[in-house]
Design a protein around this ligand. Structure first.
Ligand code: AGP
Length: 615
């Protein structure tokens, strides 16, 4: 999941590329590099291990000149993060510079072929193989570069979003994609911008073209843009106006994007339910469902697909759909689903959940489900993302751009939309009768205000974080609706503080994990006063009897758990089905403070990237 930028137009490329790379750094930050054509003839490649700031320091005052260029920020797939493996990669003749996001699965075979033909490859990357292969195709066929790129890509197996800069044609940029996202920005004055998503483009233009799979775009300084498939069919470009605002891409005074996004949750939840629940009218609307009601009304099963935090949101949705709509649900890791030869029936409804809308495993799982005849409904946060465009219908979360690698507001926005979805389907099916429907709708409408209240009382969490920051392990335990939230709390802690944290159903403790309990083991219980409260209290007593440090998230006014736990965080009393929207907040904040105390990079944790667009 690397970040790709490109520019062709009248302005100096370097500042545009660097600014774009900084906005895409959340996609990967193992190394960064740019290539420009100075005086329209000299191909200059500058690349450095580490973040974009390292590249800027490396360039210093010798800023590359030129009005065409490409840039790349890397999340390493083939070859460790170092200067040599950093992109861009040049072909052997030194004319071409290539940047790439994805995985070329047959790169070893191509590498062997190229080595046999005398190519000397210096890096360990599949991208350098691609650069040399495009060059070899051009050398052996005499084709013009756009045709050579198309011909080469016919032989490539795998995923790619790539941009090619040719020293011999300073008035042209070539871009292509398959399974990895690529957006072309169409500016004024015959300007073109290329980005892995719209974030490096929106400062310059809001007119974008989403390149589709196996399409090759050739941009000319004259303003001409041609798109052809690798099968050489002409494609008419479709320009979309995006609504992304620059302000949403800034930290707005917060120390970190993650903290900003945690505190944006009252707004992001409000924005995600707006227009979908109407209290006064006593009704809900989900057009993506209503337009396909014949499918939903006949659904024999709901298959929920996702990865990471989105998979956790799917687990919450399992309780919601089975509780409110009485439809059997199965929740699958998309990465497992796509390879286990699953049985998908035409009366299945698939719900695919993805913040980025670009997660490769989820995209592949969707395609498999569609091939087997299922109706696929997407819940995405990025308008125009691949998953949003490839599902039959869907409902956007309106959380705004989520830059912090650790997903926070996207999770609560997903859960909010999935809650509306389950309520809406249940009410239409008649399994959720009016009174409970109205109670839930009113309760959901109150959630943003209650999130505000939880955030207002978050000050104590930093103090508690000090007690846990030195731990090597942690357990997160919950039952029912709170079991997926326990998993999510554990994921937050592990991915930004590097503490090994595990989430478990609280009842599972007795089947092994209780052996882990000692004075050094912090245990976070979600013990809200719901249907399984007394069971959780018993689990707390079992842990306490063995000396575990206990932090409990409880319903306001709880005295029983308060007498047992070492630390208690309160949330307002809400319906069991709505509680995940509140109980996750303290855990987000806890992980944020612990990570800071451990000196971790909260927004860009090691080895991670925001959107996993490779397998
Ligand atoms: C969660 O904090 C992580 N960033 C990661 O697990 C993420 O949820 C997962 O990669 C899925 O991403 P998506 O929602 O964009 O598909």
């Amino acid at each position: 999941m690397c970040g790709i930028v490109g520019y062709l137009g009248p302005k100096q490329a370097y500042p545009i590329l660097i600014d774009g790379l900084k906005r895409l750094e959340y996609r990967g930050y193992d190394s960064a590099g740019i290539a420009t054509l100075e005086d329209k003839a000299t191909l200059r490649i500058e690349k450095k291990q580490g973040k974009v700031a390292n590249l800027e320091a490396h360039v210093g005052n010798e800023k590359p000149k030129g009005t065409v260029g490409i840039g790349h920020t890397r999340w390493a797939t083939h070859g460790p993060p170092n200067d040599i493996n950093a992109h861009p990669h040049a072909g052997g003749q030194g004319h071409l510079a290539v940047i790439h996001n994805g995985i070329i699965e047959n790169y070893e075979a191509l590498r062997e072929l190229l080595t046999h033909r005398g190519h000397n490859l210096v890096s360990e990357t599949d991208t350098e193989v691609l650069a040399h292969f495009i060059e070899e195709v051009q050398l052996t066929t005499g084709l013009d570069l756009p045709d050579a790129v198309r011909t080469a890509l016919k032989e490539v197996v795998g995923a790619y979003a790539l941009v090619v800069l040719d020293q011999r044609h300073p008035d042209r940029l070539i871009a292509a994609r398959k399974s990895s996202p690529l957006v072309i920005g169409v500016g004024q004055d015959n300007e073109f911008f290329v980005g892995s998503d719209a974030t490096p483009i929106v400062a310059y233009t809001k007119n974008v073209i989403y390149l589709e799979d196996e399409e090759v775009a050739t941009m000319h300084r004259s303003g001409e843009l041609t798109i052809r498939t690798i099968g050489d069919a002409v494609v008419t470009p479709e320009i979309h106006a995006i609504e992304l605002e620059m302000a949403s891409l800034e930290k707005a005074g917060y120390d970190h994007f993650m903290l900003k996004e945690i505190f944006e949750q009252p707004k992001s939840i409000r924005d995600s339910i707006r227009g979908r629940i109407r209290i006064h009218a006593g009704e809900s609307t989900v057009s993506g469902v209503d337009d396909h009601w014949e499918v939903w009304s006949q659904a024999k099963r709901i298959l929920i697909l996702g990865c990471g935090t989105s998979w956790h949101a799917g687990l919450v949705a399992e309780y919601l759909f089975e509780g409110l709509a009485r439809i059997p649900v199965e929740v699958e890791y998309a990465s497992e689903f796509r390879y286990r030869n699953p049985i998908v029936r035409s009366d299945d409804v698939v719900v695919a959940i993805s913040q980025s809308g670009e997660t490769a495993d989820t995209l592949a799982a969707i395609r498999l489900a569609k091939d087997q005849g299922a109706h696929v409904f997407g819940v995405c946060n990025v308008v125009g993302s691949s998953i949003a465009r490839e599902t039959h219908a869907g409902a956007y979360t309106h959380a705004g751009p989520e830059i912090g690698v650790a997903s926070t507001k996207a999770f609560t926005a997903q859960v909010a939309v999935l809650t509306v979805l389950a309520m809406h389907v249940g009410h239409r099916l008649g399994t959720l009768e009016d009174q409970q429907f109205m109670r839930l709708m009113t309760g959901l409408d109150n959630i943003p205000g209650l999130v505000e209240k939880v955030l207002d009382n978050a000050g104590i969490i930093e103090h508690i974080a000090k007690k846990f920051a030195g731990s090597d392990n942690a357990l997160y335990l919950g039952r029912g609706y709170q079991f997926p939230v326990a998993l999510e709390g554990a994921l937050k802690l592990k991915e930004i503080s590097y503490i090994h944290a595990e989430g478990y159903p609280a009842a599972e403790m007795k089947h092994g994990p209780i052996a882990l309990i000692d004075e050094a083991m912090p245990v976070v219980f979600i013990a809200t006063q719901d249907e399984v409260y007394e069971k959780v209290v018993s689990n707390i007593q079992e842990v306490k009897a063995r000396g575990g440090q206990i932090l409990a998230i409880v319903t306001e006014g709880d005295s029983k758990v308060r007498s047992l736990a070492d630390h208690v965080l309160e949330i307002p009393k809400v319906d069991d089905a709505l509680a995940p929207l509140l109980t996750v907040i303290p855990m987000q904040i806890l992980s944020y403070h612990i990570a800071l105390m451990r000196g971790c990079d909260v927004d860009q944790p090691r080895n991670l990237a925001k959107s996993v667009t490779v397998e």
